[in-house]
Structure formats: structure tokens, C-alpha cells
Design a protein around this ligand. Sequence first.
Ligand code: KG4
Ligand code: ZN
Length: 391
Amino acid sequence: MANHLILGIESSCDETSAAVLRDGNEVLSNVVASQLVHADYGGVVPELASREHLRAIVPVVREALLRAGVSYGDLDAIAVTEGPGLAGALLVGITFAKALAFGLERPLIAVNHLEGHIHAVLMDSAFAGASPLLALVVSGGHTHLYLAEQHPGSTWTYRNVGKTLDDAAGEAYDKVAKLLGLPYPGGPWMDALASYGTADTTLFPFAQIKHKATGNTAAKLARESTEALEARRFDMSFSGIKTAVRRYVELHQMQPPIAAREQSLRAMGLHKARPDEANVARALPHFDARTLNLIASFQNAVVKNLSRSAFRAAEHYAARGVIVSGGVAANSELRRRICAAAAERGLSVAFPSIALSTDNAAMIAAAAWPKFLAQDFAPSSLEPVPQLRLG
Ligand code: KG4
Ligand code: ZN
């Protein structure tokens, strides 16, 4: 089986994307249209997202074929995100993919968005054959830990071994950024500004999540049945840290300077800007040391939580490597800490390229490849599953 082309389509949230992949890992094109309309609302507005997907889907798919230098007739299969995501947004991609598959008489492949994030790493990492792997998928909508296992015939199965019990890590980043008057989306800005502050490691304690099956004494551990051990969860929580930031802001009466800063950044046209070097340099004089230290402390706490849970799970399940994916995988401190922890334990670790960290269709086409080989096709009645789970 060689030289097969899969068109991937992704429309689960606020990115309309189409990509053409050859044999599951050679990216011929990966077009991503990000919706800017949401910046004015400080979060994704579902109705606007659907409308923007409708507007973008045809030109984005056309552009992906053009850049790949292929025509519709060259495609061997159409892959599309089935869920999880916004119902109306998913529907646009699925309807378009179904029409294409029907019209071209090609198979349709349904992909779980979270599996897509995992394949964003697997498609170009050096993990060939290593299994099981511990995957941390961390974005604005998800914070999940999976044990990913590869089987003969190269199909993958996943087991969810932990997740956030409240906010996703990226969501906590964005909410705290909003609270501090930072531009949208706030995660990348928090990351860029954190290096100018000093983290106070006592501000936000580690959120210890206890489950019934989790004993904390050696004797109790020894009594645990294999089944109970199997059920051990590595769950996380981020809303406590977010609330602690809010309390800190109130306690230190930081609201007036925050409001002033928000106005200044808006006046400078930075409220929708990316935190590149020049923009950060322009914004920096509007931040006092207390705010920068608070940002650094928040980042330190979130990253520590993510890293600790991931490595505890990796150790428990004897994972042979760790992969990190999703929008927050772009975070510099998370990369630094996870690389250091992996090196300490002699574990290999992989992140997606920055282009594949955020939502894109290349990862959807990559995740579809093992399904294409196994002829695991979707029915023409495929519908969005907004709450679709993995594992
Ligand atoms: O995967 P993604 O593009 O979309 C979904 O949420 O599915 O992830 C976007 C999230 C946002 O919450 C954004 O603030 C966060 O990823 N993010 C970051 C960084 N870059 C993106 N959070 C922290 N540090 C970053 N460098
Ligand atoms: Zn995503």
C-alpha cells in the first residue's frame, strides 16, 4: 500500500482546516483558517463559529488540494472529525465530507479529535514500535491522559487514565489572562510574560485528587487488588488555581491597574495581537512586578500539575514514552519541565511541531491512516458526536 492520498477535514471548534496527506505521514498541504471574530467576545461563540466554518470550508478545501498539487479524483479517502466539539461546527465539516465521499465514491473515515491530537505527534516522531505510550492532550477544551497502545496491523487503542475534573488547562490560562487584562487568546501571552516574573511556589499548592481506589499508605497499597490498581486515576484540577488568582487580585486591589492596562493595550491595538517579541516589548511597560510574578506563579503551578500527573501515570503503566499534544503543548515551560522530567527517568518524549500543536486537519488525516489500512470506514449516515469520548 503506497501512494495513497487522504483528505482530512477539521471543524470542531474555531479553526476550519483541510489537509492532504500521502501514506499517513507525508503532509502535502495543511491549510488552517483561524476565526478571528471571537476575539471581540473573549471566547468562542458557537453560532459565529458555525457561520464562519460555512463561509470557509469550500475555499479552505480547494486551497489544500491546490497546494498539494492534486485534484479531487486523486483522493483515496475523506477523513473528518466526528467529535468532540461544537455540534454546529462539526456538522459543517461532516456534511461537506459526506458529500465529497459520496460524489467521489470514496470511503469516509470518522476521526476522534483527541486521537487526532495524539497522531499530530506520532506522525513525525521517532517512536516507531514503542508501546504503550502515555499521551497528555492539553488544550482549551481538553486535559486528558491516555495510555495509547499499538496493535499488529498498526491500529491503535486508547485508555483514558486521567482528566481534569473541572477546567481544561488552556481554559484556565485563558480565564486568568482575561482576569489580568491580557489580550485574547491569553495562553500564549501568559507564557511570554511569565519569563519576566519570579514564581512564588507557595502561592498555589498542588491539587491532590483522591479517589476511592487510591490508598496512600504502603500497607493499603499492598492490599489493593490488581483491579483497583487498574482503576487508579490520575485526575487533575485547575479551577482552584484560577480561583486563587482571583482572590489574590481582590486581596491586593489589583483591579484598577488591570482595567487601566486593558485600556492601554486596546488603545495600542494589542488586544488581538500575537505575543511576538515586538508586541511583548510594547506591552511589558504596562505590567508591574506583582502581576508578572503572579503570572509566573500561575504558570509554574499549572505546569507542575500537568507534568506530575503525566509522569505518575507513565510510571504506573510502565509507558515506554511520553507524548504531549494540543494547544498548550506549545507552552515553553511545559516543554522545558516535561523534557527535564523525562530525561531524569530515561523516558523518551515528543511534542508536535508548533504548526501541529493547535487544531489542524493534518492530524485528522494522520489518525485516519491506520483506519484506512484496516478498512474501518464510517457509514454515510455519520453525524456529529459533540461529547465523543476516547478510551
Ligand atoms: O488545541 P487548541 O488550538 O484548541 C482547542 O482548545 O482545542 O488549543 C488552544 C488553547 C487555548 O486555550 C490557548 O490559550 C492555549 O491552547 N495555548 C497556550 C499556549 N499556546 C496556546 N497556553 C499556554 N501557553 C501557550 N504557549
Ligand atoms: Zn483540539
